[in-house]
Design a protein around this ligand. Structure first.
Ligand code: AMP
Ligand code: MG
Length: 495
């Protein structure tokens, strides 16, 4: 059901409405609020091109209309999506897009269906007490961090653009408002399944849940359709995708910060960059979010939380696994039971690569090496990102940077001797260990400047993190740790 539609200024956008058509129970037709004065702050040109959108056209008035939802292409059906979710362990039966809209789906130049979604586009019936808006700083944060994640090769939703709305947003202070245009392989979440399951419980049948699962299979895991038990195969595919995803976060030192079940996708893409941040000092207990006082979403807890969230997904999907609940639970337990092994395999393979070691190493050699490294890094408060680059220098014969980073030199030297004996490939290490990640002090500095109207620091930061492995002269400060006086970093959820 693809229509080619023109906006008033003839911006040709073929927006489909598959989600709205197939899952009307989860899709509330809605419109964005008007922008007062739209101004483009950031645009991902390569993403635009890949979607078949002309970056030049997106910069025009009708382009900004599309990016803020105020000029809706004829025939499009923007909807607020309904979902539920466990937030910090407590269940909320009705969350949904309180300040977001799914504009529709686009087919990209590779033939893949992608959601075009807005965040900060005004109150919807799911807004509860919220104002429906978003501020420039947090939307640019999502832009910068998701661009960095994409460049690091980590599955993620993408930011197409950030547009200032000219509206004031009341937070602790009055801030300039913005809308983020986000692209994802879909916005289906664990919380979507929880919501659909609850609708079925009210109605006494599971047809919405079944339709949602069919939709998810078609969009993300089409092979599951041919399996003996397609819904179990779907669940298995989500478990595998999330195990890979969380391993990739751990390898790069990413702390999501708010792994609620409404912020976990079925596709396996990272979503909702709120209080997220990258580690500097390596420590499993690291928490950045101001509201995560119990450390539920600490760096080192992320694999366990992912598994907990997947258990909630299994609960929501139980009627699809087997009509007999006990049999369904047994199936779910077997599938979820594979998460730990899949995660460990992905993490171990990733660490092996970060250390420049070949495939096929004896587990008895590799595992203790990795465990001891973890201890050395934690004990020495070692900067997660730069340390792996320092190890590559050690592999080339320059021991000083790595030795300068650790505390226990005796233990480190002993570890290094065993590692070097395995003949690590330093060039291979530099291809997988980034030089540049969006460091917290640089993100803050750039967002503060942007909030005050100066976009140059955001643009320079983007330049660094969009080519994370490519060390370039002049970008030294983007590779360096925060200065001492930056202190402990705290991120805020009130985005
Ligand atoms: P998030 O923390 O962004 O994942 O959002 C959690 C829930 O709160 C979602 O249902 C959002 O739509 C909703 N929400 C967050 N901020 C606002 C806001 N300013 N106005 C309305 N709803 C919001
Ligand atoms: Mg969310």
């Amino acid at each position: 059901m693809t229509e080619t539609i023109s906006t008033p200024a003839a911006l040709p956008v073929a927006l489909q409405h598959r989600f709205a058509d197939e899952l009307p129970e989860l899709a509330l037709p809605w419109r964005a609020e008007d922008a007062v004065e739209a101004r483009l702050l950031a645009l991902s040109e390569d993403l635009a091109t890949g979607l078949g959108l002309d970056p030049v056209a997106l910069r025009t008035e009708s382009g900004l209309g599309l990016l803020t939802g105020t000029v809706v292409p004829a025939g499009a059906t923007p909807v607020a999506q309904g979902y539920a979710g466990h937030q910090f362990g407590g269940y909320s039966p009705r969350l949904g897009d309180g300040r977001a809209l799914l504009l529709g789906e686009l087919t990209d130049t590779d033939g893949r269906l992608r959601d075009l979604h807005l965040k900060g586009s005004g109150r919807t019936p799911f807004a509860r007490g919220g104002d429906g808006r978003a501020a420039v700083g947090p939307m640019l944060r999502e832009h910068v961090v998701s661009e960095a994640m994409h460049a690091l090769g980590i599955p993620t939703t993408r930011s197409l653009a950030v547009v200032a709305t000219g509206r004031a947003v009341q937070r602790e202070t009055v801030l300039p408002g913005a809308v983020l245009a986000r692209v994802a392989s879909s916005h289906l979440r664990v919380g979507s399944f929880q919501y659909a399951r609850a609708l079925g419980a009210q109605a006494g049948d599971d047809q919405v849940l079944r339709r949602l699962a069919d939709h998810a299979i078609a969009r993300h895991h089409p092979d599951a359709a041919d399996a003996d038990a397609p819904y179990v195969a779907l669940y298995d595919a989500v478990v595998a995708a999330q195990a890979e995803l969380v391993a990739s976060w751990m390898l790069v030192g990413f702390v999501h910060g708010v792994m609620n079940t409404d912020n976990m996708t079925i596709s396996g893409e990272t979503i909702d960059y709120g209080p997220c941040a990258f580690l500097e000092a390596h420590d499993p207990a690291t928490v950045f979010s101001s509201i995560d006082t119990g450390g539920r979403y600490a760096y080192g807890n992320q694999p366990a939380v992912a598994s907990w969230n997947l258990a909630r997904l299994a609960e929501a999907m139980l009627p699809l696994f087997d009509a007999d609940e006990e049999a369904a639970i047994a199936i779910a337990q077997e599938s979820l039971g594979r998460f730990a092994g899949l995660y460990a395999d992905a993490w171990t393979a990733g660490m092996r690569a970060k250390l420049g070691l070949p495939e096929g190493l004896d587990d008895q050699v590799l595992r203790p090496l990795l465990e001891e490294l973890e201890e050395l890094m934690t004990g020495g408060h070692v900067d997660h990102t730069s340390f792996f680059r320092s190890l590559a220098r050690l592999a080339r014969g320059d021991a000083e940077p790595a030795r300068g980073a650790v505390l226990d030199l005796v233990a480190f030297d002993a570890w290094a001797e065993r590692w070097l004996a395995l003949e690590p490939d330093a060039d291979a290490m530099d291809r997988v260990n980034p030089v540049y990640v969006p460091r917290n002090h640089l993100v803050e500095e750039a967002l503060d400047a942007a909030t005050g109207g100066d976009l140059a620091p955001v643009e320079r930061l983007l330049e660094a993190v969009r080519r994370p492995y490519d060390e370039r002269p002049g970008l030294e400060r983007y590779a360096a740790q925060a200065p001492e006086d930056f202190g402990r970093y705290v991120t805020y959820c009130g985005t």
